[in-house]
Design a protein around this ligand. Sequence first.
Ligand code: CAA
Length: 389
Amino acid sequence: MNIGIDKIGCYTPHLFVDMKQLAVARDVDPGKFITGIGQEKMALAPITQDTVTLAANAALEILDEDDKEKIDLVIVGTESGIDQSKSAATYVHRLIGLKPQARTFEIKQACYGATAGIQMAKGHVALHPDRKALVIGSDIARYGLNTSGEVTQGAGAVAMLISQNPRLLAFEEHNAYATDDIMDFWRPTYSENAFVDGKFSNEQYISFFNKVWEQYKEKTQLGLADYEAICFHMPYTKMGLKALRTILDEGAEADRERLLANYEISKTYNKNIGNIYTASLYLSLLSLLENKTDLQAGARIGMYSYGSGAIGEFFSCVLQPNYRNYLYQAHHAEMFAARKEVSVTKYEEIFQEKLPTDGAAVSLNIDEDPAAIVVAGIKDHKRQYVNKT
Ligand code: CAA
């Protein structure tokens, strides 16, 4: 049975910071942020967006009534969740109008959460072929103002419908994965911002990639020539390139050229949004599918997922006939075109805005946020969500 991604949608807030402006404000050569790190714009979440609303907004655009009837599993992968106990998935389930007969939960393993969700969904659909699963990666990446990680922040979500006979991509049989208990990036429960050992995290990302790439080759006998493209988790767009370069000498010149050219296309949305942790790999996949217009059915795409702490996983999927008919490219183009730039000073203000943590009631101005689903305030320690549609 073919199981895979039937639909894929994304959402990013309507505000962004230009990386040249941030570089100037931080007294850094803009070349470092644009070329050295590979980021051009950074999405900024207003106080009316959180990981629940980002996730719900990403899912809203892709589901029709038949999907809603068949979805009985909703998984949200996130590492910037809003509650230590209740899952983002239960809120999302209500906000997008799914039926009650569903399992809903949240998965945490740094940026790996959505991949864990997808693998679980694959097993679920294998057991229940008439059912569908909704898997969402949703995150707001925060390192703090004036930190070296600041340029690698971002906000957004990617939602995927997993089903049998998928219209976009079918998962292949094998997976390769590896775990090691390391401290390269983490966020203790008392901190709003992530802690990171930047250089070590880069090394580990590449080291895990090399491990799972070798393991996958052994399991499948596939080599560089067999891949049309390889998509990477993208904490910043230079990171995946560094990993890709470590294996390029395993192929012929034509393989190197193809994989490098497709890597460029696969970073289109990521360089304009920034890191969205759990969703970054899938945003890169979406960039490739929507911006490379001549991909052929049957083409194989490699997928490298990395979650600090750490786990790495490699798997692959195969493009399905007429996949382009089932993308939401025009909608995403509109979303990007409608975004508004904010100055660095305004970004710093918005970054520091917080909902009260003492249960005090607050009502937010939701008129300035064009998103369909927003946080309207807080009351008795409960976030008040509104679906404006
Ligand atoms: N023009 C062009 N390039 C320039 C430049 C200029 N004027 N000045 C510097 N550069 C280049 C540097 O040569 C370097 O390139 P290479 O990496 O190819 O050598 C690049 O810009 C970055 O420079 P630095 O290494 O000096 O940058 P930094 O010390 O400020 O930190 C960072 C970079 C470690 C990525 C930091 O932003 C960080 O800690 N980010 C968060 C952690 C992270 O994203 N880790 C990734 C792996 S972990 C993971 O994947 C999970 C996750 O999502 C967090």
